[in-house]
Structure formats: structure tokens, C-alpha cells
Unconditional design. Structure first.
Length: 119
């Protein structure tokens, strides 16, 4: 099993928790002389995510400028089918799948270009 350090090396950085993101926002706000507490930032973040989730659940598209677009996508149903166990060659039946709703996110062009430059 890969360690967090190995995963961070592989992906090029460490994962940020919500608490770290909130602390970073508070720090940047204080540099810009904006008085925000960690509690205020956390509540704002929670409200933003809650609102996005509600709108996507309703089937609406949520577009955040210079960030990206969240939308609901319905994966189509798939009938049962025949397959083979690659190890034994035995024929098996793969069960059908029901249609399901998933969330899709398309990052803004700014983010795509930033990731390309980071290579």
C-alpha cells in the first residue's frame, strides 16, 4: 500500500484538508487587510458547497467564474451481459446496472492552463 508521502510525490504535492484551506484563506485575507475569522470562512465555505450541492441535485448547472462548472449527469442503464474471467477463461454473467446520477466538474480554462504550465 502506498504511503501518503509516496502519493504526494507521485501527484506532485500534498493534499489539502478543509482546515488547511480555511487557514490559508484567513492568512491571505489578513495580508489584504480583510478581517475574517476561521469560523466565518468555514461557514462561508460550508454554505457555498451546500448551495452547489442543492442546485446540482435539482439538475441545475452551477458555473463559478474562473473556477469551473458543476453539473448533474445521468449515466445510462446498462443491460446484463456475458463476459470472461481473464484468469480462468470461464464465461460469467455481468449483472445489469441501473441508471444513476453523478456529479461532473469541468474546470475553467484558467485551471487547465495552470496545470499544463506546472509540468
Amino acid at each position: 500500500m502506498a504511503t501518503k508521502a509516496a502519493a504526494a510525490k507521485k501527484t506532485g504535492g500534498e493534499s489539502l484538508s478543509t482546515a488547511k484551506v480555511v487557514s490559508s484563506v484567513v492568512e491571505k485575507a489578513s495580508k489584504k487587510k480583510v478581517d475574517l475569522s476561521k469560523k466565518q470562512v468555514m461557514q462561508t465555505l460550508e454554505l457555498l458547497l451546500e448551495t452547489v450541492a442543492e442546485e446540482v441535485r435539482r439538475g441545475n448547472k452551477v458555473s463559478l467564474k474562473n473556477f469551473g462548472v458543476f453539473r448533474r449527469h445521468t449515466k445510462p442503464a446498462r443491460p446484463k451481459r456475458k463476459g470472461r474471467n481473464p484468469a480462468t477463461g470461464e464465461e460469467i454473467t455481468i449483472p445489469a446496472k441501473k441508471a444513476e446520477n453523478v456529479i461532473k466538474f469541468r474546470p475553467a480554462k484558467v485551471w487547465k492552463e495552470a496545470v499544463k504550465r506546472a509540468r
